[in-house]
Design a protein around this ligand. Structure first.
Ligand SMILES: *Cc1c(COP(=O)(O)O)cnc(C)c1O
Length: 369
């Protein structure tokens, strides 16, 4: 049997580099609660991402959930169902109602031509998702949000390190939330961050991630606990030193796929967005069975038979989750439904060998008739 290839493989620094980084933790015995590593990573990330302000969290989900809370929203939040469970759950767990906008089939992000029709007098915010490294139509979203006085929170989990027209992607919206989960382009084992400009949002986020504790004898908010610990921050400091190289290697893998899969009828690759400096987070392909000659399921199975595990991502849509049974209808987001039934994200990580990419391409080509 061939070696197992999973859809991703977490980036790790050399073990010695991490040991060197955590040595000082043994010297000061400060393991969490905004220690030196936390503060250092916050500063280094702000610089790398080109953002003014950033708060670190225990994971990307808590960044989204608490950022929604910090924005003090009510009623309805317009979002998309073509995302990870986290986005929709964060809205619902805040007692807010998600209203699903369809996606643009070209780049899988919110279809801004459908957005305005969904705004009601109960709408308080828009929560668009940057998907696979594709950046949302940020200018149009900003225009509409401004026109109706809505807040904007981006789920930027897929777009670490990207720029749009030279501007760090974390600068868009009132808040942009990132995930540093083990499977993401940049990881802190588990971790996340929220980027924002308004210092009042920063104060709220800080309180919300630390029980609302404002001073040694002052608890002024009803916060949760979502602080990034020192070992995770140390992993972030190490991985950040190598992330440019990580992205460059991902680019080489992605380009190899692109060359190999070029010209296959019924197989559509991701768009290359102009003005976006991509991080090559994922390599999705959308397979139209009638043209390609095989279904997404058949391609998935053919790869799995060779011990290669692609991922049906995002599938199912969040508005079809069993947890939300009877509450939403995917019929209202037909483009998202169409894509989610046909998309496959192929294995992509910096250490994936080009010979393995060629093998994966060969298996996919063999499915094509
Ligand atoms: C990974 C991810 C999240 C959640 O991040 P965690 O760090 O795993 O909590 C949220 N949204 C999207 C789109 C993601 O891919």
């Amino acid at each position: 049997m061939n070696k197992e290839i999973l859809v991703t493989r977490s980036a790790l620094p050399e073990m010695e580099e991490y040991i060197e980084e955590i040595r000082s933790i043994w010297e000061n015995h400060w393991l969490t609660n905004m220690g030196n590593k936390h503060i250092a990573l916050q500063e280094k990330l702000a610089e790398f991402m080109g953002v003014d302000k950033i708060e670190l969290f225990t994971n990307g989900h808590m960044a989204i959930e608490l950022a929604l809370q910090a924005l003090n929203l009510q009623g309805e939040v317009i979002t998309t169902p073509f995302t990870f469970a986290s986005t929709t759950h964060a809205i619902v767990r805040n007692g807010l109602t998600p209203v699903f906008c369809d996606i643009d089939p070209a780049d899988f992000t919110m279809d801004v031509t459908k957005l305005e029709a969904l705004i009601t007098d109960r709408t308080s915010a828009i929560l668009p998702v940057h998907v696979y490294g594709n950046i949302c139509h940020v200018e149009e979203i900003e225009r509409i949000a401004h026109k109706y006085g809505l807040k904007v929170l981006y789920d930027a989990a897929h777009t670490f390190g990207e720029t749009y027209k030279g501007v760090g992607v974390g600068n868009f919206g009132d808040v942009s939330c990132f995930s540093f989960h083990a499977t993401k382009v940049f990881n802190t084992i588990e971790g996340g961050a929220a980027c924002f400009r308004d210092p009042r949002i920063g104060e709220k986020l800080y309180d919300l991630k630390n029980f609302g504790i404002h001073g040694p004898e002052e608890v002024s908010g009803i916060g949760a606990n979502a602080k990034m610990n020192e070992f995770c921050a140390a992993m972030g400091l190490c991985n950040l030193r190598h992330v440019k190289e990580e992205i460059a290697m991902r680019k080489t893998v992605a380009e190899r796929y692109r060359d190999g899969l070029e010209g296959l009828s019924g197989l559509r690759m991701n768009v290359i967005q102009k003005d976006v400096d991509s991080n090559y987070a994922y390599f999705p392909v959308v397979i139209e069975e009638s043209e390609f000659g095989a279904s997404r399921e058949e391609v998935f199975d053919a790869l799995a038979a060779e011990n290669i595990y692609a991922r049906k991502y995002f599938y199912p849509l969040t508005n079809t989750f069993e947890a939300y049974h009877g509450r939403f209808s995917a019929d209202r987001t037909p483009a998202a439904l169409h894509v989610s039934k046909r998309v496959l994200t192929l294995p992509l990580y910096s250490s994936l060998e080009l010979s393995d990419v060629d093998r994966i391409v060969g298996i996919i080509r063999a499915c094509h008739v």
